[in-house]
Design a protein around this ligand. Structure first.
Ligand code: B1M
Length: 213
């Protein structure tokens, strides 16, 4: 069987150790890390997502698949890094209040670190004030918000408002993303940048930090 298919299938079964080993083997075989991520790990998460939507699998199965995803991704992390590791800027990232999904957020963090950005990880269920306080206290050029639920997307608008209220809106950029988030939503709430995936988020963050000087 194709090793990428094996990774996807074992991820769906939640076999974290096997996934980790297979990811290592795929890399040893010379398959590019990005391909292992997209055609192995993310392909497996897509299947789980579809089954979750159709009530064919439930929270416990999704959780073990998520654990396998994170373990597999940890093997790829150093390989997805660029050669130049001088600090390209500093950002804070978190999944917004009420939302516990962190796989996408972790991928964005991983890609950003790979591009030489310093990333303060606030975890999940992050209140608007926490993003703003962190940006101020830790001198971040960008606040990055992830949301996976349509019900938690509006918290992103609250983050923009909290930044305005704290008087940091001119100095700190706000980036948003996550499956239900769109460019139109970004414009609507007055955030600075929407990107659809982790790689483009990392590129955009480096660009924004560079522009900020
Ligand atoms: Co949840 N869940 N979940 N879930 N879950 C979704 C999101 C859902 C679409 C499934 C479905 O019904 N079809 C649905 C949301 C429906 C909606 O809002 N319209 C849903 C639901 C309903 C729920 C619960 C309410 C279920 C329940 O309890 N009844 C509950 C809510 C809990 C909460 O957060 N308060 C819940 C719980 C869970 C688990 C805990 C079981 C688990 C999360 C585990 C974890 O994250 N540690 C889980 C999972 C895994 C999913 C699915 C299956 C997969 C999400 C995922 O990790 N995808 C998801 C279905 C799906 O998306 N197909 C689903 C892989 C990940 C790499 O993609 O996060 O989109 P994603 O990230 C992408 C991009 O979006 C982007 O980059 C990443 C890749 O390049 N990106 C950014 C992400 N953040 C970014 C930020 C950026 C830029 C790009 O800039 C800052």
């Amino acid at each position: 069987m194709d090793i990428l298919v094996e990774i996807s299938e074992n991820l769906q079964k939640g076999k974290a150790k096997v996934v980790k080993e297979l990811v290592g083997q795929a890399v040893e075989q010379g398959i590019p890390a990005k391909e292992v991520l997209e055609k192995g790990l993310l392909a497996g998460m897509d299947v789980i997502g579809e089954k979750f939507k159709n009530n064919e699998v439930f929270v416990p199965e999704v959780l073990v698949a998520a654990r396998a995803m994170n373990m597999g991704a940890s093997v790829l992390k150093p390989l997805l890094a660029d050669g130049d590791q001088t600090s390209a800027g500093k950002v804070c990232i978190g999944t917004v209040k009420g939302d516990l999904h962190d796989i996408g957020k972790n991928l964005v963090k991983m890609m950003m670190e790979g591009k030489g950005l310093e990333v303060v990880d606030l975890g999940t269920d992050v209140a608007p004030e926490t993003y703003v306080e962190t940006a101020v206290n830790q001198h971040c050029q960008i606040i990055c918000c992830s949301a996976l639920l349509t019900t938690t997307m509006p918290v992103m608008a609250e983050v923009v408002k909290a930044a305005e209220k704290a008087g940091i809106r001119d100095n700190v950029k706000i980036m948003i993303g996550g499956a239900p988030v769109t460019e139109a939503f970004c414009e609507q709430i007055g955030a600075d940048k929407y990107t659809p995936d982790a790689a483009s988020a990392a590129d955009a963050a480096v660009e924004l930090c560079r522009a900020a000087g």
